[in-house]
Write a protein that binds this ligand. Structure first.
Ligand code: SAH
Ligand code: SF4
Ligand code: F3S
Length: 445
């Protein structure tokens, strides 16, 4: 069977999709190529969230034109969000493509490959579907952390965002299926799960609404956390991304009371200005956002937060930006992804609002937030010196293999000397000796 290579761009959901596709292809008898250069089938899982993400993939796939001319048998396929977003028009830009598969067509990729191997090319499959294929539950063996998609799509339509168009509407998996998948992971030695959904706190809500059982006091996602908590062998549960709109008291109670739920929370806020939040259609004010942070912190004083922020949204003034800066300072994030606004064709913001903030202003605002973040994170890490942390061991550190790394419950990277017999997946206690803004360093106790 011809061998394949998958290159993945974009978010953790794409990482997960690539993993499940690889398992599907393996089960059908394909093998993995040692490198991109030796592959018979080249697959690209793409992202459309910012212009740069699209340009990166288009550039990379564009330069394969010559290779395809030299090796006409080579199969090149594009899937994921950019494939869904640009569809057939991708063939105009990249006529050497064998196929384009949309985000609901992952399970069809083996057939598209077979057709391409038969000599058909320029295939496009981007229909959306309500079904959730069950063939996509495979995982790599022996991973300490397993990624599990609990839902697909997003119904929020934040005005800047392409995701609802590329990933379709929200569809949640049955809790039993999710728990079964996680139990299989735990049986294979996985210790931590990262539950994935673009709008994960809305898990199960579309279905509840449809069946007339929507209860604003309840949280199907909190119920799911309780169910996952029961899985023996799983020691830690993380999730991304929650939306403040659905962080009701049932949610706060679950994350604060379930010991396996990690105390590092990624809670995107996007902007600290209520005027901008409204233009973004985020559905909360800065005060409401801070109130949820306070509610969690009141019960978990040592927890940590990370976030996503956009600078330079259309019409963002210096004052709006200062409001964002102030929220960042009030919360004290350990980590943040800070993005410069990127206009996406087809979104409401692109249709209605001009991209008014100049690139150099976006860049300057981005830099200011990054500097604030580094300073704050460094001070908070410094305060950990002399304390102990429980660390889930990942394995040899990337930079220096004689040292090992792991993550604390609050998701901070911790570097230490391994002890004899130490294995990835071990939970160890580390005494913190020194820190930087990014990492903690210490000794096994
Ligand atoms: N569903 C998640 C995030 C999805 S996309 C949430 O709502 O929190 C990841 C991040 O990319 C977003 O949080 C946002 O900060 C950023 N993003 C999305 N669209 C963008 C755009 N058009 N320009 C710049 N950043 C964008
Ligand atoms: Fe995009 Fe908003 Fe949905 Fe997140 S919640 S994926 S930012 S539309
Ligand atoms: Fe990108 Fe799609 Fe993820 S647009 S950020 S790969 S959901």
């Amino acid at each position: 069977m011809p061998n394949y290579h998958i290159r993945t761009y974009g978010c953790q959901m794409n990482d997960r999709d690539s993993e499940s596709l690889a398992c599907l292809l393996d089960a059908l008898g394909h093998t993995r190529a040692e490198s991109e250069e030796t592959a018979d089938i080249l697959l690209f899982n793409t992202c459309s969230v910012r212009d740069q993400a699209e340009r990166k993939a288009l550039g990379k796939i564009g330069i394969l034109k010559k290779l395809k001319r030299d090796r006409p048998d080579l199969v090149i396929g594009v899937f994921g969000c950019m494939a869904q977003n640009l569809g057939r028009s991708l063939l105009d830009k990249l006529p050497h493509l064998d196929f384009v598969a949309g985000t609901d067509r992952l399970h069809e990729i083996p057939e598209l490959i077979a057709e391409a191997l038969d000599g058909r090319n320029g295939l496009v499959s981007t229909d959306t579907s309500e079904d959730m294929p069950t063939v996509l539950t495979g995982h790599e063996r022996g991973q300490v952390t397993g990624y599990v998609s609990v839902m697909r799509g997003c119904n929020q339509f934040c005005t800047y965002c392409i995701v609802p168009y590329t990933r379709g509407s929200e569809r949640s998996r049955e809790p039993e299926d999710i728990v079964r998948e996680i139990q299989t992971l735990a049986d294979g030695g996985t210790k931590e799960v990262l539950l994935l959904g673009q709008n994960i706190t809305a898990y199960g809500l579309a279905e509840a609404r449809e069946s007339g059982a929507l209860d604003p006091q309840a949280s199907p996602f909190a119920n799911l956390l309780h169910a996952v908590h029961e899985v023996s062998g799983i020691e830690r549960i993380r999730f991304t991304s929650p939306h403040v709109r659905y962080m009701n008291d049932a949610f706060v109670d679950a994350v604060c009371s379930l010991p396996k739920v990690c105390k590092g929370f990624h809670i995107p806020f996007q902007s600290g200005s209520d005027r901008i939040l409204k233009l973004m259609n985020r559905g909360y004010t800065a005060t409401e956002y801070l109130d949820r942070i306070k509610a969690i912190r009141a019960r978990l004083p040592d927890c940590s937060f990370s976030t996503d922020v956009i600078v330079g949204f259309p019409t963002e003034t210096e004052e709006d930006f200062e409001a964002t800066r102030s929220v960042m300072q009030k919360v004290g994030y350990d980590m943040a992804y800070i993005f410069k606004y990127s206009e996406r064709t087809g979104t409401k913001a692109a249709e209605r609002l001009e991209d008014t903030v100049p690139e150099d202003v976006k860049l300057a605002r981005n830099q200011i937030l990054l500097t604030d973040l580094e300073t704050g994170a460094e001070a908070r890490n410094q305060a950990c010196v002399g304390q102990e942390r429980q660390v889930l061991v990942t394995g040899p550190s990337k930079r220096n293999a004689s040292r090992w790394s792991g993550r604390t419950d609050a998701n901070k990277v911790c570097i230490f000397e391994p002890t004899p017999g130490m294995q990835p997946g071990d939970l160890v206690r580390i005494a913190i000796t020194h820190t930087t803004s990014h990492s903690l360093f210490g000794n096994v106790m």
